[in-house]
Each structure stands twice: as C-alpha cells, then as structure tokens.
Ligand binder design. Sequence first.
Ligand code: ZN
Length: 224
Amino acid sequence: MRAIIESALIPKSPCIVDPGNGPRVKDMDVFLSSSFAAPPAMDDPMCAEFARDEVLQMLLTVLPEEMAMVLWYNKSRSRGRICPACLRLYNLGDLLPDHSEELKLWSHNGQVPELEKEKELSGICSSVCFIAASYNYPEAIRSTWGRTAEELDDQTWEFLNTPGGGHDDMGLGLLLRMSRLHDLGLAQLCFPDENFDSDGSESDQEIEIEKFHQEDMDIVCMSA
Ligand SMILES: [Zn+2]
C-alpha cells in the first residue's frame, strides 16, 4: 500500500530532456499530449489534412511507432519540428546549436539552403542527422539532401526505392523516402489505381514500402 502511495507521488518522468544543446523529446507519446507540443496548423489545408487521426493510424502501419508519430507531427505543424534522427525539438527558423560531433563534410558559413529545405520536408535538423537517416543509401546522400521527389534524378529515386544497405535503421530510411513526396506516398498506398497528379503532369514516381501491410491499410482507407 505504501509503495502505491509513493509511486503516485513521484511525478511522471519528463517527456523532454536537454542534454546541453537543446531540448530532445524523450517520450513521443507523452509529448504529443503535453503542452510542449505545438498545435496542428488547422489554417494550412495540407497540415490540417495530415493532422487527421486516420493519417497517424496509416503511418503507424508502415513505420515504427516513434517514427510514425514524429513524421505525423512534422507534417501537421507549420513550424514545429522534431528531428527523426536525434529527436531534437525545434521550430523552423530557430538557430540550432551544432551537434558537438558535427562532421565538417559540408563546410559552410551561415544558412545552408538544402538544410532549411530538409527541416521543412522531414524535420531532419543537421547534416549529421541526415547522414544517419540515409545510412542505408550512402550513394544517394548528396543527391537526396534537401530535395523533393520531383527534384531527384531517376537514378537516385530508383536507388531509394531499393532496400539499400538493408540495415535496421529504425524506419529512418523509409521516413526519408516518404518525406520526399508531398503526400508521403499515402494516396498511392490507399488508392494504387488512381492518378493523383495534382498538376496534371506525367509522373511515375511512386514509393515502394516493404513494411506496408496491405490488409491493415485497406481497413484504414475504407474507414477514412
Ligand atoms: Zn537531428
């Protein structure tokens, strides 16, 4: 009985920690229902669409839980971001402290346009985190960095649609690929026979998701 009372008095472990160079999300599930989480941008049609619970449910069928929640958060908030690789919590436009282990692979002064674009697309916060996310696709790191599917050359896209190195990357490689597409490839996943080109142009860019469970997705799509 005493143990129960004591455990009830212990505050819940914080969902955010700061290792010294900025806040990191420690528990995504708790974070999402906390006051630290930015609200979905309901005035932005794209963010509002992503904010639907059905979208999160779809993402949970293809990505590990934490990755699915991070991607869902990043796509449904206008400025709020969580880096999928290091779980850094930030807003677009924030000046972020470098990771102490920041590699000088891409020497630069000031803003890097590709990095700013990458933060918007996937939430990845630094070149180090991008390298970690593309661990399975070493040949495509430079050609994918900060680019959408339309901006990628065919060779890079084909390469990204393979298992790459095949190492367990906790879903980071898949998140990297999905975030190149404006709808994360979810339209093609739900309605593979329909043409979703909003601009009317020819496009054969689709995403192949090896973790995709057709039965789960059918249920989600039908109930959406
Ligand atoms: Zn990061």
